[in-house]
Design a protein around this ligand. Structure first.
Ligand SMILES: O=C(O)CCC(=O)C(=O)O
Ligand SMILES: [Fe+2]
Length: 363
């Protein structure tokens, strides 16, 4: 049944519970966003005041040649300042990036019933979840996005349980991006005095989760957010964004990069992948690398898709600042914890910038 757009409960029922998503609501025809999606003024995204990023993408192919040291330095510098960078020549075929975006659009165009089978209350598998917003039950204002989330365990289970329409491209994306992730992580660890081997990397990026995000066209981009301010919880995030734009990252207060506390818009760059430092890399490096606070604006002209791969430590991994860094710093800024407990805390609280790290911070 069509929802009463003036009634938050009715919208919640239609969009969240029944699995129609924001897309289902937009498809009914909307001239303005319902109150349930109106963000408090301090969370709205002012497009006019954002700075444009002037950091060229990093050419990863040079890591394997004489340009290694120069590229390694670019990666380190980006991880220490913004906690974010874009890469080209990353090993993921450009045609695959196009297929990913196309598949995302196709998947979200399916009739609501086809997606709603993956709502967490009814999904045939714990590996796949279709949802909308981040924690709709707890958020003051809902996020203007729908998504399908896939946990990766192994190829066989992915082929068996991930949605038919998207599993092929997603697996290919995962396969072709992992070697780049390992190389970047190795560079970052080496720079803090840690010689990593395969078994260490296997622990630090042993868990992988993929998401297809869909941000429907929005009548009031000034009042809404596609994703609210947050950092990612894992180690490194890789992301494909399309040409629409709307991804913003925040310049941290305690870096020597540009204007502190300001938001920088990440221009869509054809063929590039976005790389984010996530919370675990900040903890492991004792704060030297910055997990990046980011958010997404909506647009009134077209729907936007993005496809992140979240690489994370194994759930059972014990995480703490690495001894080599603590020794050098003379102090540990984070306590030791088991990663699964970090996840539980992260998914229990609505997005609020980098507050997620308070779980581990030693004050
Ligand atoms: O859509 C984007 O560009 C970013 C999405 C994001 O931050 C996330 O899914 O964690
Ligand atoms: Fe994110």
């Amino acid at each position: 049944m069509a929802p009463n757009l003036d009634d938050a409960n009715s919208i919640f029922e239609f969009v969240v519970k029944d699995g129609n998503g924001v897309k289902g609501m937009v498809d009914l025809g909307l001239s303005k966003v319902p109150q349930a999606y109106v963000q408090p003024p301090n969370e709205r995204i002012d497009k006019q005041n954002a700075i444009k990023l002037e950091q060229p993408p990093i050419d990863l192919s040079k890591l394997d040649g004489p340009g290694h040291d120069e590229v390694a330095e670019q990666i380190v510098r980006a991880a220490e300042t913004l906690g974010f960078f874009q890469v080209v020549n990353h090993g993921v075929p450009l045609q695959l990036l196009e297929s990913l975006k196309e598949s995302a659009h196709k998947f979200f165009s399916l009739p609501p019933q086809r997606k709603a089978v993956y709502r967490s209350s009814v999904s045939p598998t714990p590996l796949v979840k279709y949802s909308t917003s981040f924690i709709p039950e707890k958020e003051r204002a809902l996020e203007w996005k729908d998504y399908i989330l896939m946990q990766y365990t192994n190829d066989d289970e992915a082929l068996q349980y991930w949605p038919e329409e998207i599993k092929g491209v997603l697996l290919e994306y995962l396969r072709s991006s992992m070697s780049m992730v390992r190389k970047m992580l190795q560079v970052l660890l080496e720079n803090i005095g840690v010689k990593s081997d395969d078994s260490m990397l296997d622990v630090l990026i042993g868990k992988k989760m993929l998401i297809m995000n869909f941000y429907p066209t929005c009548p009031n981009p000034d009042l809404t957010v596609g994703v609210g301010r947050h950092s990612d919880m894992g180690t490194l995030t890789i992301l494909v964004q399309d040409g629409i734009g709307g991804l913003y990252v925040k310049i941290e207060e305690d870096t020597d990069y540009g204007k502190k506390g300001e938001w920088v818009e990440i221009p869509p760059t054809p063929g590039a992948l976005v790389v984010n430092v996530a919370d675990m890399l900040q903890v492991l490096s004792n704060g030297k690398y910055k997990s990046v606070e980011h958010r997404v604006r909506t647009t009134s002209t077209s729907s936007r898709v993005s496809v992140p791969i979240f690489t994370m430590p194994l759930e059972t991994a014990k995480i703490a600042p690495l001894p080599q860094v603590v020794e050098k710093d003379g102090i540990a800024r984070y306590r030791e914890f088991v990663f699964v407990d970090y996840i539980k805390n992260f998914v229990a609280n609505p997005h609020e910038g980098k507050k997620s790290l308070d779980f581990a911070k030693i004050n």
